[in-house]
Write a protein that binds this ligand. Structure first.
Ligand code: AMP
Ligand code: GLY
Length: 427
């Protein structure tokens, strides 16, 4: 089989790494890929959102399965475009991808399907949004409707701040057209949990639980990022609780989309907050999480390729997944300044010393410089994942590896998995 993986981040490196282990696969292409991916796949110079060129490439090379990593091409309809010419592709259609592409669509669908989620209202008008805010108690969670690269959710701690944010989003177009509609919702507190599942539009197959670390600095300080680290599994959620969450938070929307004639086929990511009133859905993503994929896939023993083929065909037959019982911890190494502006082009050292057993160094924002050296090329540069007999072992190994890798301005959180490690192992 020939497989094409679309994207260039740590998530796509983890997907390529996992797909490369399948005995069914003879050749992997990645578009555009990165230098880490290039060790396992042939990288093609086509951007992840150049849908027409990707479709032409997949047709010309007779690719048997295309796997889409990031949300943008999914929201722009890459799946519909490939299917129109008979190409097999793993991911939801444009209509089903609205679950991530439009927060208003997603919240209305949740309400219709009876999924537990924050009370909300949608606004396209500054005056109405302001009236809503001044009548209520802060804090307010204000979300741009469309894609905003993980930056479109702001929490306002006063009415004045709320009004300012609404003005910035709707009037000043802080997030472009993505913010011409905003969702204002109730604020929750609690531990966050990422629940990922494969679905063919009817059946679901749940992956191991994981937790992201969204804030840029230790102890959950600083602004939100794409994710600074993750671990899997989440010991504070039992298998039974995970099944209950899937039944309440995922199945109803899968069923509702099928009922509407737009079944969801692909990987569905449910962002959950464990609140005092039970699990609540914060968001859906229509693809693997990044860095959750890097923490989950090293633990997956089952061949992922047949599952993706089954899902893409609308007939998910695989009924269970086999897991490495050891926990995995993923630490992201980022460029100084991320998630704001940062410099790139710095040479990376120590990658050879980081080749250790039970460790995966997934490349994200890296490039090959003119001299052949690997250099930084993005905000999140690597995801370092380590497996261990315990969370402590996994954590120690991940951080030992991270310390080997260096470049100017490199930084990472020091507390990935710290809370879980303290809860589960320090008595
Ligand atoms: P979203 O893209 O909707 O998941 O939001 C991004 C992040 O904002 C989440 O991972 C949470 O940390 C935070 N967030 C979103 N919705 C809420 C909420 N209703 N209450 C508190 N925090 C939230
Ligand atoms: N790690 C969160 C996301 O992928 O959206």
């Amino acid at each position: 089989m020939k497989v094409l993986v679309v994207g260039s981040g740590g998530r796509e490196h983890a997907l390529v790494w996992k797909i490369a282990q399948s005995p069914l696969v003879k050749k992997i292409y990645a578009a555009p890929g990165n230098p880490g991916i290039a060790e396992l796949a042939e990288c093609i110079e086509i951007g992840a959102d150049q849908i027409d060129q990707l479709r032409q490439f997949a047709s010309d090379q007779k690719v048997d399965l295309t796997v889409v990593g990031p949300e943008l091409p999914l929201v722009h309809g890459i799946v519909d475009s490939f299917q129109a010419v008979g190409l097999k592709i793993f991911g939801p259609s444009r209509e089903a991808a609205k679950l991530e592409g439009s927060k208003a669509f997603s919240k209305n669908l949740m309400a219709q399907a009876g999924v537990p989620t924050a009370a909300f209202q949608v606004f396209d008008n500054v005056a109405e949004a302001k009236r809503f805010i001044v009548d209520r108690e802060p804090p307010f969670v204000i979300k741009a409707d469309g894609l905003a690269g993980g930056k479109g959710v702001l929490i306002a701690h006063s009415c004045e701040e709320g009004v300012k944010v609404v003005n910035q989003m709707i009037q000043d177009r802080l997030f472009g057209d993505s913010g011409k509609l905003v969702v204002i919702e109730e604020f929750f507190t609690g531990d966050e949990l990422s629940v990922l599942l494969f679905t063919d539009g009817e059946r679901v197959l749940t992956l191991a639980s994981s937790q992201d670390h969204k804030r840029v600095f230790d102890d959950d300080q600083g602004p939100n990022t794409g994710g600074m680290g993750a671990y899997s599994p989440c010991p504070f959620v039992s298998d039974q609780e995970l099944n209950e969450i899937v039944d309440k938070a995922a199945r109803p929307v899968v069923q509702e989309l099928a009922r509407r004639g737009t079944p969801y086929r692909g990987l569905l990511y449910v962002g959950i907050m464990m609140t005092r009133s039970g699990p609540q859905v914060l968001e859906y993503n229509v693809r693997f999480g990044d860095p959750e994929a890097e923490a989950i896939l090293p633990r997956l023993k089952t061949d992922i390729v047949p599952i993706m083929m089954e899902v893409a065909s609308g007939k998910l037959k695989t009924q269970s997944l086999e897991w490495d019982l050891r926990p995995c911890i993923t630490v992201v190494i980022a460029s100084d300044g991320y998630p704001g502006s940062y410099k790139t082009g710095f040479e990376i050292k120590g990658l050879d010393q980081a080749k250790l057993q039970d460790v995966c160094v997934f490349h994200a924002g890296t490039a090959r410089g003119p001299s052949g050296a690997i250099t930084t090329n993005g905000g999140r540069v690597f995801s370092v994942s380590a497996l261990g007999e315990s969370f402590k072992e996994a954590r120690d190994l991940a951080y030992r590896t991270v310390k080997n890798i260096s470049f100017e301005g490199a930084f990472y959180r020091n507390d990935i998995g710290k809370k879980v490690f303290e809860k589960t192992e320090v008595k």
